[in-house]
Ligand binder design. Structure first.
Ligand SMILES: *[C@@H]1O[C@H](CO)[C@@H](O)[C@H](O)[C@H]1NC(C)=O
Ligand SMILES: *[C@@H]1O[C@H](CO)[C@@H](O)[C@H](O)[C@H]1NC(C)=O
Ligand SMILES: *[C@@H]1O[C@H](CO)[C@@H](O)[C@H](O)[C@H]1NC(C)=O
Ligand SMILES: *[C@@H]1O[C@H](CO)[C@@H](O)[C@H](O)[C@H]1NC(C)=O
Length: 486
């Protein structure tokens, strides 16, 4: 082998360079070449690239996972993420259920939790996954509820299935929601009581929440855990302003201590009985904990859009989001948790632990290159204005015959629908979607998702000049570390 190299070193080197270039072209061709109607061309030409094909009808936000990721050994992120300053001061609490746990938790174990030194998982069944303990959040709820209340029917079934050695995931869809609200306060109490002295912050999340560890740690540094904080994506129910549970809720040590003292001085039994009664009478655990925090004078600090209830596919990419760090997403699939985690690792490797990524950066990475072409079998970009033919329109839709002539034409073809979008003022239409008889226009940039495996198929497109104008408006972002008003 060394002989071959010494015989003609330059030729070998040239061949090697050409080979590497060709290899590069081959592997990166999807990054460079536009995918016009890529769904179809992939199906017809059998291209090996699967990157834009929907997996089980979920969004294609994982597309850029096709870019080669640095191997963990060469990534500083993987080496440092569990020891980076601040990591040791956060306790992450996951609220989940036994029926979904094997489906949703493993991805967290190999991604986010690999970076989180302190986490606790709360479910409705005590078990271990390998050597990871899963706590039954409901174990101390009064027997009068656990043994008799209808919300606990699933709970009782789960215990029975476990005793009998059956697969509890078969109980999916049997009252998980009713049981869920009972977990919130008990899991907080357990976490507050067991947290070590180093814990300054508690993050409460669900199995389908994705969290950016670097952005979270940077954000927490901007606040003092000795002050009473309760942060979340603001929502209102009745008179209560609360943080939406699935989007993630953050609690400072001070708040935790206030609540612990209050419960202790009230008497745990009296306190718990009161809140159990309240839980039985109200719908939602995230609203219930907001009232429990109010009792110790801690009000919600609105944290949307840093804390976010949408996904990359469903978000409206407006100026509210553009310059905010992106900390959580909700309703994400395991694949989205992983791709967001990989994006985060690449970000930290490139920018370090002190620069947050913003929604803008997520857009550039996950969405941008897909909006440069029209897409077939692509849905849910646009819902703001619905132009529907006379034969398809329902009673709630606009009367077809009162539409402008160009609007009436719009329901006939994708071209005419795109044309109608262009004829609207810029603030009224940036994207459109068409299926015969329907043309829907969208005011904000949304990514949407493939509808290839569904019954109904749309063609969607973005008005390029308007996209460009929107992005130019935010070129110089000033990082917004605070939530916006609701
Ligand atoms: C239940 O109560 C016991 C005894 O007080 C305590 O040790 C345990 O941590 C509690 N568990 C939960 C989930 O609250
Ligand atoms: C809890 O309350 C009891 C009696 O009300 C008191 O003696 C005890 O010091 C309190 N403990 C804490 C940790 O506050
Ligand atoms: C998308 O489709 C519209 C209407 O057919 C067309 O005018 C526009 O040029 C297309 N855009 C791209 C980027 O291909
Ligand atoms: C589009 O959104 C609607 C309502 O938000 C939802 O019912 C529908 O399933 C979505 N379609 C796709 C393809 O995601």
């Amino acid at each position: 082998m060394s002989a071959a190299i010494t015989i003609n070193r330059t030729t070998t080197a040239r061949v090697a360079v050409i080979f590497i270039v060709l290899l590069g072209i081959f592997f990166f061709r999807d990054t460079w070449l536009p995918h016009v109607h890529d769904q179809q061309s992939q199906l017809s030409n059998g291209s090996p690239s699967k990157i834009d094909k929907p997996a089980h009808g979920v969004g294609a936000v994982h597309t850029t996972a096709a870019a080669p990721t640095p191997s963990p050994s060469s990534s500083a992120f993987y080496k440092e993420c569990a020891t980076t300053p601040g990591a040791d001061n956060v306790l992450v609490l996951v609220k989940t259920g036994a029926t979904e746990i094997y489906q949703k938790l493993p991805t967290h174990f190999v991604t986010t939790f690999a970076c989180v030194p302190h986490f606790m998982i709360f479910s409705d069944l005590e078990q271990t996954i390998a050597n990871i303990p899963i706590h039954d959040a409901l174990v101390n709820v009064s027997e009068s509820f656990r043994d008799h209340h209808e919300d606990f029917e699933l709970y009782r079934k789960l215990q029975q299935y476990q005793r009998e050695g059956q697969d509890v995931s078969k109980l999916t869809g049997k009252g998980g929601w009713n049981l869920d609200k009972w977990k919130f306060l008990p899991m907080l109490h357990k976490a507050f009581e067991t947290a070590g002295p180093e814990i300054e912050w508690f993050l409460m999340m669900e199995a389908d929440t994705s969290v950016s560890w670097t952005n979270l740690l940077q954000w927490l540094k901007t606040m003092d855990p000795k002050k009473g904080y309760y942060l979340g994506a603001q929502n209102v129910l009745g008179n209560t302003l609360f943080g939406h549970g699935g989007s993630g809720v953050i609690i400072s040590r001070r708040t935790a201590d206030l609540m612990k003292e209050h419960r202790n001085s009230t008497g745990k039994e009296v306190y718990d009985a009161k809140w159990e009664l309240s839980t039985s009478q109200n719908c939602c655990g995230d609203e219930i904990i907001a009232r429990a925090f109010m009792e110790v004078d801690v009000k919600l600090t609105p944290a949307w859009p840093l804390i976010q209830g949408e996904t990359v596919s469903t978000l409206d990419w407006t100026k509210e989001h553009w310059c905010s760090p992106s900390i959580t997403w909700h309703h994400v699939d395991p694949i989205e948790i992983d791709t967001m985690f990989q994006f985060q690792s690449q970000w930290v490797d490139a920018h370090g632990w002190d620069t947050p990524f913003l929604y803008r950066d997520v857009f550039e990475h996950f969405v941008s290159r897909h909006t440069t072409v029209n897409r077939t079998s692509w849905n849910n970009l646009s819902q703001d204005r619905k132009l529907i033919s006379a034969s398809l329109a329902g009673p709630d839709n606009e009367d077809f015959y009162s539409l402008e002539p160009y609007e009436q034409r719009a329901v006939k073809s994708a071209d005419a629908c795109a044309e109608a979008c262009l004829l609207k003022p810029e603030r009224e239409c940036v994207q459109w979607m068409f299926t015969p008889g329907r043309c829907y226009l969208g005011r904000d940039i949304r990514f949407g998702k493939s509808d290839e495996v569904l019954g109904e198929h749309w063609t969607s497109g973005w008005v390029q000049e308007r996209l460009a104008a929107f992005r130019e408006g935010f070129e110089a972002c000033e990082v917004k570390w605070h939530g916006s008003g609701a």
